[in-house]
Design a protein around this ligand. Structure first.
Ligand code: ADP
Length: 490
């Protein structure tokens, strides 16, 4: 049920409808309130005027009643005429009541001789004027005391000396004309109100159109890009907000373009790198096929070369797979508390035979015991890559020194070597995929150019950093800094 209602109210999510409704309500409510307030004000004023008019007349009449001793003797024709004139003039009824609460005169002739016990009359006998407006039945009922002194305080609700009045005039006058005037006024006001609503309606339609138009333009422009009609930056400078949206989108667009370019470059690099061993194998195979009576030694030699190329191809594919894994989000990290000293020692143990083969001394120094929250496989890959490189790009009888240290926040692994060093202009490129300092020279040294790219990605996933200092012909030092506690990206 609620779901259905929400579905129905879905149109309220449109800014256009919201603006329209807001402007409409802002215009509609005040005009309705104004109509109501004006009518009420008019009614109040008309009733006040009529009350004070009638009261003045009644007061004059009260004087005459005293003068003609009408309360004692109701036979005065002058007073009767005056009473009739008054009741005709105000379309009302006048009752004259003496201080025994007996009606001595009723212009309608109905209640004469009867006793009236009403709160207003009793209060009025004590000298208080009363006046009540009955808006439902359209009349004002008021009481005026008939005083011997004739000095009646006209202010309402003000008590006089008790038992001062010798009688009361109870009058009800019709307010039909007020109701009729209000009816006419109301009709006119409704016409004005409908006009105002119409104008507000048109203004709200225009306002919502004018405000929304730039956003519609932005959507159109975005759709053009989405459909692939254009790759140009979008620009809707109709208002600041759309300009900001446009700027943000253009930034996203150029970022996507950079990503797309680098993806294309990556694909072409991958194809090239994967093709190289295949081309070599083809050349080797073709040269064997092209010769007759090839000696078995040559076959063996060429087959060994082909096997080497297959190994190379295998290494490239493995590195590529590792790199792709690194490109995933940090949620793929398998974080655990790991003893870093043990981890580095294991790596050193595994790489020592390779170092020995090249007569390179492998030294490990641990300044303090370190335990950290890391992905063991990935950090092993990081340190292995760096130490392997330090061995690979070293000189005969050189050395590689690995130092582990930590402070209260990070642990650092420093891999220093006495190797060939990296030329200054190459340092900024070494982390790029497939980058190798000197391709022809590097060719002698086994490698894919992916190792440092993988290393850097793994470090960044741990929110760490990598730095390198190198001197050509002297050696290179890589320093890796990783937080002891893993901070997940929210
Ligand atoms: P590769 O598979 O070629 O070793 P890497 O990404 O690991 O690829 O390294 C990129 C390049 O950086 C290497 O080809 C090499 O020229 C250079 N390099 C990396 N480590 C060292 C080092 N310790 N000493 C000298 N050069 C290095």
């Amino acid at each position: 049920m609620l779901k259905i209602n929400l579905e129905k109210l879905k149109f309220l999510r449109s800014i256009k409808i919201r603006i329209f409704l807001i402007v409409f309500i802002i215009g509609f409510i005040p005009s309705t309130i104004a109509r109501y307030a004006i009518l009420k004000n008019y009614e109040q004023r008309a009733v006040d005027l009529r009350t004070s008019d009638v009261q003045t007349q009644l007061k004059i009449l009260a004087n005459h009643l005293i003068a003609y001793r009408y309360l004692q003797d109701t036979s005065s024709e002058v007073i009767d005429a005056e009473l009739n004139m008054l009741s005709n003039l105000y379309d009302g009824r006048v009752l004259i009541i003496n201080n025994n609460l007996k009606v001595v005169k009723d212009t309608y002739g109905i209640s004469e001789g009867k006793t009236i016990i009403s709160e207003e009359v009793i209060r009025c006998l004590k000298g208080v004027n009363t006046s009540n407006y009955d808006s439902t039945n359209n009349f004002i009922e008021m009481t005026i005391p008939i005083m011997e002194s004739l000095e009646v305080d006209t202010s309402e609700m003000q008590p006089m000396e008790p038992n001062l009045a010798s009688g009361v005039m109870l009058t009800s006058v019709s307010t039909d004309y007020i109701a009729t005037t209000m009816e006419i006024l109301n009709r006119k006001a409704i016409v004005v109100e409908v006009l105002v609503i119409l104008i507000v309606f048109i203004i709200s339609m225009l306002a919502s159109y004018v405000i929304i138009r730039p956003f519609e333009k932005i959507t159109e422009a975005l759709n053009q890009v989405k459909e692939g009609y254009t790759n140009d930056p979008i620009s809707v400078s109709d208002c600041l907000e759309t300009e900001h949206i446009g700027d943000a989108f253009n930034q996203v667009l150029s970022r996507m373009k950079v990503l797309d370019d680098s993806r294309q470059e990556f694909v072409s690099n991958v194809s090239h790198e994967l093709k190289t061993p295949i081309t070599s194998m083809k050349v080797l195979a073709d040269s064997l096929r092209g010769q007759e009576d090839v000696p078995i030694e040559l076959y063996r030699e060429f087959m060994e070369d082909i096997a080497d190329e297959i190994d190379r191809e295998d290494k490239i594919i493995n590195d590529l797979l590792a790199l792709i894994k690194m490109d995933r989000t940090s949620s793929d990290l398998n974080i655990a508390q790991v003893d870093i000293n043990v981890l580095v020692e294991l790596i050193m143990k595994r790489l020592r035979p390779i170092a020995l083969k090249k007569n390179i001394e492998l030294v490990y120094e641990s300044v303090r015991p370190v335990s950290a929250e890391i992905d063991e496989v990935k950090i092993t890959l990081v340190i292995s890559n760096l130490v392997e490189n330090a061995i690979k790009y070293n000189k005969e009888f050189g050395w590689v020194k690995v130092t582990l240290d930590a402070d209260h926040q990070f642990f650092t692994v420093e891999v220093a070597d006495s190797g060939i060093g990296i030329p200054e202009e190459s340092i900024e490129h070494i982390y790029e995929r497939f980058y190798r300092v000197d391709k022809s020279h590097s060719r002698e040294i086994d490698g894919t150019g992916l190792g440092l790219a993988i290393t850097r990605s793994a470090i960044l996933m741990h929110r760490g950093s990598i730095k390198v200092v190198s001197e050509e012909g002297e050696g290179t030092t890589f320093t890796v800094k990783i937080p002891l506690t893993y901070i997940a990206v929210s």
